[in-house]
Design a protein around this ligand. Structure first.
Ligand code: KG4
Ligand code: ZN
Length: 401
């Protein structure tokens, strides 16, 4: 089957096409296309993501992205004209997205229906105005092309992204098999969660952050250090310099930072206090002189160490608690080399099989959303107003109750 993935939950507008065939009851995936426009440069000027600006950019990006995707993948389609009735229905579906409607209608008039079997679109969690753009777009395509939709959970996308063994476009590769129950750790800009995975589609939340998500902490600490958004990669670069040069914390007057909730006895996290500790430290240091580059590097390194220690300790406890032999990690923060290395070490020591997504699939993309759709293909629906089925954006959609 061929699945179209659509992702607009935050600051990446993305579409993808996956072909998935079962061979010897094992799903094999061929990545047909993956297109993405990052809005990071636009939001970076303001130090964070603005929902209404993200919405506007998604509305501008989606049609050109889909056009590019279909042209590159060369999916042969059936000649089909956009009927006047469907044109009117699209205008109703896209009432709140006039710019998207203005681009989509001429596109549909000239584009033959591609052979797509399922549309998987992120319905949450994320920024609601941004999510609505993707959902309305998916509904319009579903209506005109008569394709069912799966309303995907973005966090499930991050989990399943670790099963893609090959991120290239060259061939069809078996999905990694996972031994259940497995533990999933999700670390992104909005989430820090430990999840018991009894199967794809069947999740139980074991613990989560009580305040800031780990990616958010990276972004806020970067801001305190005067680094641009998104902060994760910036902090990671500075930390590496300090680590490689073995810079001495004491020499640069940097104390050990707290490891919040590391011994709390439960599987919850808290990163707000760690960020505040960095803030107070920087304020204190600045009283005598502006921060030196070396001080910034050492702070970044100490912050990264603190986060890594908390994440590995809690994950290790969760593995014990549920008796899992496999660990899946997903979300933008697992692009971090130091954190990846720490988990690789932990899993070797504990004889745990570790599943990490390819680096390029760690941050938001539509391949993971298409793949999440595959695991729910049998419950996909036609979400057309006239069929009485509604699809809605759910900013706080949870992965389990
Ligand atoms: O999963 P993602 O792309 O979006 C959300 O669903 O939130 O994650 C984005 C987050 C940002 O907070 C960003 O700073 C963080 O992932 N991030 C990193 C790194 N690359 C991205 N954090 C630490 N180290 C990195 N190398
Ligand atoms: Zn994400």
């Amino acid at each position: 089957m061929i699945i179209l993935g659509i992702e607009t939950s935050c600051d990446e507008s993305a579409v993808s096409l996956l072909q998935i065939e079962e061979r010897n009851s094992l799903p094999h995936v061929h990545i047909l296309g993956n297109e993405l426009i990052s809005q990071i440069d636009i939001h970076a000027q303001y130090g964070g993501v603005f929902p209404m600006m993200a919405k506007r950019e998604h509305a501008k990006n989606l049609v050109p992205l889909l056009d590019r995707l279909l042209k590159k993948t060369n999916l042969s389609g059936d000649e089909q004209k956009l009927s006047p009735e469907n044109r009117d229905k699209i205008l109703t579906i896209l009432q709140r997205e006039p710019e998207l409607a203005a681009a989509l209608i001429p596109f549909l008039e000239k584009t033959p229906r591609p052979k797509i079997d399922l549309i998987s679109v992120t319905s949450g969690p994320g920024l609601e105005p941004a999510l609505w753009v993707g959902l309305s777009f998916a509904q319009a395509l579903s209506l005109v092309w008569d394709i069912p939709i799966h309303a995907a959970n973005h966090m499930e996308g991050h989990i399943v992204s670790a099963t893609l063994q090959d991120a290239s476009f060259t061939s069809s590769v078996a999905l990694r098999t996972i031994q259940f129950p497995a533990l999933a750790l999700l670390i992104s800009g909005g989430h820090t969660e430990l999840i018991h995975v009894s199967n794809f589609g069947s999740y139980k939340l074991l613990g989560q952050t009580r305040d800031d998500a780990v990616g958010e902490a990276f972004d806020k600490v970067a801001r305190i250090l005067g680094l641009p958004y998104p902060g994760g990669p910036e902090i990671s670069k500075l930390a590496k310099i300090a680590r490689d040069a073995n810079l001495d914390k004491e020499k640069y007057s940097i104390p050990k930072l707290p490891r919040p909730m590391i011994h709390s006895g439960d599987l919850d996290f808290s990163f707000a206090g760690l960020k505040t500790a960095v803030l107070y430290l920087v304020q204190e240091l600045k009283k005598t002189a502006p921060l030196t580059q070396e001080q910034k590097q050492v702070i970044a390194c100490e912050f990264e160490d603190a986060v890594t220690e908390v994440l590995t300790t809690k994950t290790s406890e969760a593995l014990d608690e549920i008796g899992a032999a496999e660990l899946i990690i997903g979300g933008g923060v697992i692009a971090n080399t130091h954190i990846r290395n720490a988990f690789e070490k932990l899993c070797v020591e504990r004889n745990i099989l570790l599943h990490l997504p390819h680096k390029e699939l760690t941050t938001d993309n539509a391949l993971m959303i298409a793949l999440a759709g595959y695991f729910h293909k049998d419950s996909a629906k036609m979400y057309h107003a006239e069929l009485g089925e509604k699809i809605i954006a759910q900013g706080n959609l949870r992965i389990s109750q």
